[in-house]
Design a protein around this ligand. Structure first.
Ligand code: SF4
Length: 241
C-alpha cells in the first residue's frame, strides 16, 4: 500500500525508473550508460542545489517583497528588464539552479517578462560564457551574438507576458481542509532553515537540528499559513496528508 501511495505521488519519477529498469534488462549496455550519465548529473546537482536552496531561503526570508516588486515587478519597467539581464548574466551555476530562484522571485511579485529574461539570460548570455566565446570565436562574433540574443530574449519575454498570465501559473495546489490528517515534514530534505518555525511556531518545532511537526489537529484558519509555509520551504520538505 505504501509503495502504491509513493508511486502515485511520484508518477514521473516512477515512469523514469521503470524505463531504466527495462533498459537495464533488455539493453544492458544502453541501460548502464544511461544510469552512468544520470548519476553524473545527479552528483552535479547534489553539489550545486544545497547552496542554491540556502541562498534562495535567505533571500526569501530577508529581502522584503517591496524590494522585489520595485526591482522586478510589473511596474519596474526598463529598470526591471535591465536588473533581470544583469541577474541572469552574472549568475553562476547551471540553468536548473535558476528555477528555484525564479520561483521565489515570482512569488514575491516579479513579472513574467522579467522571469523570462532572467531564465533566458542565465541560460545563454552568462558572462563566463561570453568571455569564452570571445576567446575562442572572437569578440565580433560574441558582440553580434549578444545583441541578437538580447533582442530575441526581450521579444520572447514580452510575447510570453501577453500570452501567459500570472493567474495561469499555479503556485500551490488547492488543499481541502477537511481532507487533511496531518502535517508531514520530510526530514531527509529539511535543511533546518527555520522558516516554518518562524511562520507557524504552533505547528513546527526545531529539534536536533531538524524540524518536526507538532502533530496538532489543523484548525480551519491555519490552512492559509500552512499553504504559505509549504510554498516557501526552500526544499519543499513539508506536505499535508
Ligand atoms: S521544513 Fe522548515 S526548516 Fe526544514 S527546510 Fe523547510 S522551511 Fe526550512
Amino acid at each position: 500500500m505504501k509503495a502504491l501511495h509513493w508511486i502515485k505521488k511520484n508518477k514521473l519519477l516512477s515512469v523514469i525508473s521503470s524505463i531504466y529498469v527495462f533498459l537495464l534488462i533488455l539493453m544492458p549496455d544502453k541501460g548502464t550508460s544511461a544510469v552512468k550519465n544520470s548519476m553524473y548529473y545527479v552528483l552535479e546537482m547534489l553539489q550545486v542545489m544545497p547552496i542554491v536552496f540556502i541562498m534562495t531561503a535567505m533571500i526569501e526570508a530577508w529581502v522584503p517583497k517591496e524590494a522585489i516588486l520595485n526591482s522586478f515587478g510589473e511596474k519596474s519597467g526598463w529598470k526591471g528588464n535591465i536588473y533581470s539581464f544583469l541577474l541572469g548574466s552574472f549568475s553562476a551555476g547551471p540553468i536548473y539552479a535558476a528555477f528555484p530562484v525564479c520561483k521565489m522571485l515570482f512569488k514575491k511579485g516579479a513579472s513574467i517578462t522579467n522571469i523570462v529574461i532572467i531564465l533566458s539570460a542565465w541560460a545563454v548570455i552568462k558572462v563566463p560564457m561570453l568571455a569564452n566565446e570571445a576567446k575562442f570565436l572572437n569578440v565580433k562574433f560574441m558582440g553580434i551574438r549578444w545583441i541578437l540574443t538580447v533582442i530575441s530574449i526581450l521579444l520572447m519575454a514580452y510575447i510570453l507576458s501577453i500570452i501567459v498570465k500570472k493567474e495561469n501559473i499555479p503556485l500551490h495546489n488547492k488543499i481541502k481542509t477537511e481532507a487533511i490528517q496531518s502535517i508531514v515534514v520530510h526530514e531527509q530534505y529539511c535543511i533546518a532553515c527555520g522558516l516554518c518555525v518562524k511562520i507557524v511556531p504552533e505547528d513546527f518545532e526545531l529539534w536536533n537540528n531538524k524540524v518536526k511537526s507538532k502533530n496538532r489537529k489543523i484548525k480551519e484558519g491555519e490552512i492559509e499559513k500552512l499553504k504559505r509555509v509549504m510554498e516557501e520551504c526552500p526544499v519543499k520538505a513539508i506536505s499535508l496528508e
